[in-house]
Write a protein that binds this ligand. Structure first.
Ligand code: DGL
Length: 259
């Protein structure tokens, strides 16, 4: 049986990359909701509808487990998904916990979509973890649009980031959290703004560790050969152009987020 991966678009490929690294002997179905991307500036209700439609499709393919490789979809709809389906569902949340642990008296800056940052799930997380009020957060929705349109031009990205970060004293930060799965594609662009030694964390490794533990406890590990079948809003991807674009994004993650 295969493992379903779901994202609004190509962001989840950064998580799938980690899955292929840690769990190369599984088969995967990757679903990008291209017809509805981006999610981050939609309402929670609209996102729920999109997510349920996508997960219904994957459920019909008889998956062993589902990875919601999208912080925004997790924030808006994880409870609805868990209620509706019987397979295990692994969601994502901004990696604030490890970030707070890693900074020594410095601050933490979380980047995510507007939806993720305003949902109660994030507020609950901050209440649990941000005991000393050291966490700041900022939405960077435009990075999703850039990634979806393959806009990785250094000048364009740095200009956008410079404008968004202009009110922050970046020397105060010891860690940056990439709380959206599209953001690891811009890891090196982001790194340029912060002092040397600033830790940049995403939730990908932790998410795939959860998947690994889940499959192990189900006794369902090592059931495939690393094969991935891609879907764009319910249509199977067969053209070489899209396939190559997806592989390029995964190579980009391997190379540290710079293209
Ligand atoms: N990749 C998604 C996330 O992790 C959502 C991006 C979007 O569609 O706005 O939040």
């Amino acid at each position: 049986m295969r493992i379903g991966f779901f994202d609004s678009g190509i962001g989840g490929l950064s998580v799938l990359y980690e899955a292929l690294r840690q769990l190369p002997h599984e088969d995967y179905l990757y679903y990008a909701d291209d017809a509805n991307v981006p999610y981050g500036n939609k309402s929670r209700e609209d996102i729920r509808c999109c997510v349920i439609e996508a997960v219904d499709f994957l459920a019909g393919m008889d998956i062993a487990a589902l990875v919601v490789a999208c912080n925004t979809a997790t924030s808006a709809a994880i409870q609805d998904i868990r209620r509706k389906y019987r397979f295990p569902v692994i969601g994502m949340e901004p990696a604030v916990k490890p970030a707070v642990k890693s900074v020594d008296g410095k601050r933490v800056l979380v980047f995510a979509t507007p939806l993720t940052l305003r949902e109660s799930k994030f507020m609950v997380l901050l209440n649990q973890v941000d005991i000393h009020n050291t966490v700041d957060y900022l939405p960077l929705q435009e990075l999703v649009t850039f990634a979806e349109s393959c806009q990785f031009d250094r000048t364009v990205i740095l200009t956008y980031l410079k404008e968004r970060l202009k009110d922050y004293d970046l020397n105060r930060y010891g860690a940056v959290v990439l709380g959206c799965t599209h953001f690891p594609f811009f890891k090196n662009h982001i790194r340029e703004f912060f002092p040397k030694g600033t830790v940049i964390v995403d939730g990908n490794r932790g998410t795939i560790c959860n998947l690994k533990n889940t499959l192990t406890s189900m006794g369902r590990i090592h059931e495939g050969s690393g094969q991935v079948t891609y879907y764009r809003s319910g249509k199977r991807v067969v053209d070489d152009f899209t396939m190559e674009r997806y592989l390029q994004r995964m190579r980009q993650i391997e190379e540290g987020g710079m293209f």
